[in-house]
Design a protein around this ligand. Structure first.
Ligand code: GRG
Length: 294
């Protein structure tokens, strides 16, 4: 089963990466901008979000390829967020995934514009998707706006910046992570489910699943920071380290954070089992995302 899941992941990662590159190459835009967009898009991300989108479609027994454009759009939004997050005015990181950050190569102005280009192009890609009908396009664009915008990732990023050097309560920490990283994971599975024709009830279950998954992702990241394992999300040493931030282990102790992680992994899997769909791949990805397989 593991081999089968890894084959699925490798196949759709490859398909996605070829489509991402083709989407940039066909753009009628300045070469410098295309170069900066392509640099970060092809800099070696794990593609967790598109894989979740494909896996959600697969759970319904549909061909995951119908979600290819939506998956590219999603990865572009994620990539824009990383480019902007690394800027001197934000985290001021020199390295991402072991490579120089976008602004280190292309300069700050082009890095900002490469992020802007990826964000706006993502909506163009969905609007031009020939495999889905207009109603579904509107749903996808609206949901992406909600999950990535002020009510989602951007709002979470602002809350995170405001929380620097402050001692947070657990619910404040959860707000930050549910928005900053969680909402895009929610979009990943809900978009896949919607593309595959999910009912409202199934969409609700996928949303609940993604909320557990998003928190598990973050708690696992916080635990890895404490135990010094850098390999799972590829976060370069030095990233975010100079700022004093509340984390799950700092609020709950390492043991408490581990209990919390186990709670969310179990919650995610229990929610999946209520869908009555073929969710073994999503279960596997839950363990991958929450770091249980390493
Ligand atoms: C700038 C609007 C704006 C938002 C930035 C996502 C984000 C918000 C910042 C990233 C900061 C960070 C390192 C958060 C920890 C969790 C996270 C999102 C890690 C990166 O995602 P992965 O592990 O990255 O999927 P790869 O490199 O595999 O694409």
């Amino acid at each position: 089963m593991v081999v089968q899941h890894e084959t699925f992941i490798a196949k759709y990662k490859d398909l996605l990466e070829r489509e991402l590159a083709a989407s940039i190459h066909k753009l009628n835009a300045p070469q410098a901008l295309k170069g900066a967009m392509l640099y970060s898009l092809t800099a070696g991300g794990k593609r967790i979000r598109p894989i979740l989108l494909f896996a959600a479609i697969d759970a319904f027994g549909k061909n995951p390829e119908i979600g290819l454009r939506a998956a590219c759009a999603l990865e572009m939004v994620h990539t824009y967020s990383l480019i902007h997050d690394d800027l001197p005015s934000m985290d001021d990181d020199d390295l991402r995934r072991g490579k120089p950050t976008n602004h280190k190569i292309f300069g700050e102005a082009l890095a900002i514009l490469a992020g802007d280009g990826l964000l706006t192009y993502s909506f163009q890609l969905i609007s031009e998707d020939e495999h889905i009908d207009d109603q579904l396009k509107i749903w996808l664009m609206k949901m992406l706006s909600i999950c990535a915008g002020p009510e989602g990732m951007v709002g979470g990023q602002v809350a995170d910046i405001q929380a620097e050097n402050q001692e947070l309560h657990l619910r404040e920490l959860e707000y930050i992570h549910q928005h900053k990283t969680g909402r895009l994971l929610t979009y990943s599975v809900m978009a896949g489910a919607k593309i595959a024709g999910a009912t409202e009830e199934e969409l609700d279950l996928f949303e609940k699943y993604s909320q557990h998954l998003g928190l598990a992702f973050q708690i696992s990241d916080d635990i890895l920071d404490v135990i010094g394992d850098e390999k799972i999300i590829g976060k370069p040493i030095g990233s975010d380290r100079d700022k004093k931030k509340s984390t799950y282990p700092s609020l709950l102790s390492l043991e408490g954070a581990r209990d919390h992680l186990a709670f969310h992994i179990q919650g995610a899997k229990e929610t999946l089992s209520k869908t009555n769909l073929k969710t073994d791949l999503l279960e596997y990805l839950t363990d991958v995302v929450a770091g249980r397989d390493r």
